[in-house]
Design a protein around this ligand. Structure first.
Ligand SMILES: Cc1cc2nc3c(=O)[nH]c(=O)nc-3n(C[C@H](O)[C@H](O)[C@H](O)COP(=O)(O)OP(=O)(O)OC[C@H]3O[C@@H](n4cnc5c(N)ncnc54)[C@H](O)[C@@H]3O)c2cc1C
Length: 451
């Protein structure tokens, strides 16, 4: 194959994309700016450097969505998984790795591949022609971020995650919560009932504020906060400004009537907004936070109706460059306005090492197929990789789009199974069985001539 694939960024996604494309016979150039130009989080010049924790999270491919993602990537001959397995450290059910050994091994494999070359250079523009994958990650360099912003529009590229926690809808106690939009606004019944509401009386509100103020928080990294705070204050910072601030902000108890106790006016109300087209996930509106993960679960379960809540993801705020993928990318991760450019990794709005590498795996295969002149079949939405892809390129609400970890809430439900906590083991096993069959079939249908 004569056409060269250019990949910008040799992190989790870029490394995997390069490997997949090269294994399919394509010549690849990786443009990586490190070590010449650094970021505040990377420390080395290695490809696929882990910037923080050394864990790829759960390796359970029957009961855990990220474990399933591991499985799917291993089946696809993924380099990131192979090198993670080769550098595994004891960590119970989690896949933890020796970070230096891992990054060195990925780098060595890539630079010694006969069809891959690595150029140390910072790319600062979106090219007009050629075949490209941009996988520059959450810490995309400033000049390139500006170029992307100019090409896509100011609202289409974010520089911070202000993530509100996301709850599985089936774990909300509906004997306490109810569906209603404020002032019943909306043209359709669906719009008038778009929110889930959880009421608090005075004592519950005061206890909640105390817990927020006392909870352990994480600190920002050096250089991370520049220009951020306007408009997305963490809830605990709002609470610090005054005990009533939240009651006049995201928790205001107006325009809503509790059908379980219509005579009682709640002192405060927490609202959850639908987060995906399937209606399986809800985010807690305005609850972006810097509380530590352990503290978050405890504090949020104080909210009436969320005592048994399961979280698809917890809240956070950190530096993160990402596209509004639902509006900008097509189902093949191509920029709709410039289809010769694909995006992959965290910049597409997934979150996490594994999810980023998975989007790299897909982008590499899709680009290789395009260069080979063949079209791959659609990635099944019932697989972990397909569920993520479907979410970022269409399933998620574009207006409130925030980066997403893989989780079972992104999967189309398996019909006929028991809901709630009791049926969970069977449900998750059904999801993973279905995904494995679909992914195996896709891989064999999407086979390219590996050289
Ligand atoms: C501070 C921080 C901590 C994180 N901690 C975790 C964690 O513990 N666990 C987890 O699962 N996820 C974590 N993440 C989220 C995310 O999973 C990782 O950032 C992951 O590495 C993303 O993969 P990626 O390939 O998209 O980006 P990266 O792995 O960051 O790779 C992008 C690459 O592009 C290069 N680059 C950037 N701009 C240019 C340019 N203009 N030209 C050329 N090269 C460029 C960068 O040097 C980098 O090598 C963290 C993110 C951040 C910012």
């Amino acid at each position: 194959m004569a056409e060269t694939l250019h990949i910008v960024g040799g992190g989790m996604a870029g490394a995997e994309a390069a490997w997949q494309a090269a294994q399919a016979g394509v010549y690849v150039v990786i443009h990586e700016m490190r070590p010449q130009t650094g970021t505040f989080a990377h420390r080395t010049g290695h490809l696929a450097e882990m910037v923080c924790s050394n864990s790829f999270r759960s390796d359970d491919d029957e009961q855990n969505a990220v474990g399933l993602l591991h499985w799917e990537m291993r089946q696809a001959g993924g380099l990131i998984m192979e090198m993670a397995d080769a550098n595994r450290l004891p960590a119970g059910g989690a896949l933890a790795v020796d970070r230096d050994g891992f990054a060195q091994a990925v780098t060595a494999r890539l630079v010694s591949h006969p069809r891959i070359s690595v150029e140390v250079s910072e790319i600062t523009d979106l090219p007009e022609d050629g075949r490209w994958i941009f996988a520059t990650g959450p810490l995309t360099s400033g000049a390139l971020a500006e170029a992307i912003r100019t090409a896509t529009g100011t609202d289409a590229l974010a520089f911070f995650d202000a993530i509100a926690p996301i709850v599985y809808a089936d774990s909300v106690d509906m004997t306490k919560a109810w569906f209603q939009s404020r002032y019943d606004k909306g043209e359709t019944e669906e719009e008038r009932t778009a929110y889930l509401n959880c009421p608090m009386d005075r004592a519950q509100y005061e206890a909640f504020i105390d817990a927020l103020l006392a909870a352990e928080k994480t600190a920002f990294h050096e250089g991370e906060t520049a220009g951020y705070f306007d408009g997305c204050l963490p809830i605990e910072v709002m609470a610090e400004r005054g005990r009533e601030t939240l009651r006049h902000g995201p928790m205001k108890p107006v325009g809503l009537t509790d059908p379980h106790a219509p005579e009682v006016k709640p002192h405060a109300i927490v609202q959850l907004r639908r987060d995906n087209a399937l209606g399986t996930l809800y985010n807690i509106v305005g609850f972006q936070t810097k509380m530590k993960y352990g503290a978050q679960a405890d504090v949020f379960r104080m909210i009436p109706g969320l005592e048994e809540a399961r979280f698809a993801r917890l809240g956070g705020i950190h530096r993160n460059t990402f596209l509004n993928a639902p509006t900008l990318l097509d189902a093949q991760l191509r920029l709709k306005s410039r289809p010769h450019i694909r995006f992959a990794g965290q910049i597409t709005g997934v979150e996490g090492y594994v999810e980023s590498a998975a989007m790299g795996l897909l982008a590499g295969r899709l680009a290789a197929a395009e260069i080979a002149g063949c079209a791959l079949p659609e990635v099944p939405a019932v697989t972990a990789i397909g569920a993520l892809l479907t979410h970022i390129t269409g399933g998620a609400e574009a207006k409130t789009f925030q980066p997403m970890n893989v989780n079972f809430g992104l999967f189309p439900p398996v019909e006929g199974l028991k809901g709630g906590r009791r049926g969970r083991r069977d449900r998750y096993k059904a999801y993973t069985d279905r995904a494995k069959a679909a992914w195996t079939a896709w891989l064999s249908a999407a086979r390219l001539d590996a050289a």
